[in-house]
Ligand binder design. Sequence first.
Ligand code: AMP
Ligand code: MG
Length: 322
Amino acid sequence: MTERLLPGDPRAAELLLAGSLVAFPTETVYGLGADATSNTAVAAVFTAKGRPHFNPLICHYPDAEAAFRHVEASELAVRLAAAFWPGPLTMVLPRRITCPVALLAGAGLDTLAVRVPAHPVAMALLQAVGRPVAAPSANRSGAVSPTTAAHVLDGLGGRIAAVVDGGPCAVGVESTVLDLSGPRPFLLRPGGVPREAIEAVVGPIGSGITPAAAEQSRTLRSPGLLVSHYAPGLPVRLAASEVAADEALLAFGAPLPGAGVVFQLSLAGDTAEAAASLFTGLRWLDAEGGRLGLRGIAAMAVPDGGLGAAINDRLQRAAAPR
Ligand code: AMP
Ligand code: MG
């Protein structure tokens, strides 16, 4: 049985300190938390998710000071932390020799991904725990990420000790993952902080490579960024310019006519609004489309600016061959 806890319930921190798994809300998606310093707790995360062990986890901290005690912060990292933490930016940095985080959490790499989330429930929990909390998205590996406590229970109910119900997540797509361990910043995963916002602080990042080379490079540098991910049950078709009656439509702006069922991401064509409901929309179309016997989900094109890059990254993975 998975307990549903209210924000502020001290049991959440107690369970984490005892080595149990507790899902909690962040501004991006719900995370599946474990004491990052405990090998067995971290191992349990991989088991509960069915996640391959080569896919490293992000460690969450209540503030930058706590994070930078465990990784070596470059001058750029300090500037980025000042600009975007707390917030949906994850930085990959060299582990300090004294870093107490279980090696399994970082999949044995000599770097560690760290983040300070901007969600009052997450921050209070991280403060109460007083240890780094490893937290991937709280879903079975490869499935659509959860943005409500109900989504978490759908996928992981019975497999984890508890979920803290903090309502729907405001951003709706995962954090931007930026590798700062090399000679220059490299964008590993587009996410809640737009690339443009990062470049305004640190200048151009990861340019001059073809998309195919970038894909190959980031797969090697960040082994967890698999091509097929975020996949609903129904197949997904991208950049739809027309839709059939036996398809479900993920609409952005004025919806294409004739779909079997429609989920509107943002009628106004706003990428932040669309990101916030992307995973809810995919889940809902999957369920409705399945119930109505539709053959797939057609997704309308979303522009790449702002959170559009993160949305398109998730949609491409959702549509990738499985
Ligand atoms: P998730 O936990 O599902 O949000 O995914 C986190 C992603 O961050 C993983 O898929 C990894 O690819 C990436 N990541 C985490 N730690 C590292 C690291 N040390 N080096 C490179 N990428 C990382
Ligand atoms: Mg995930």
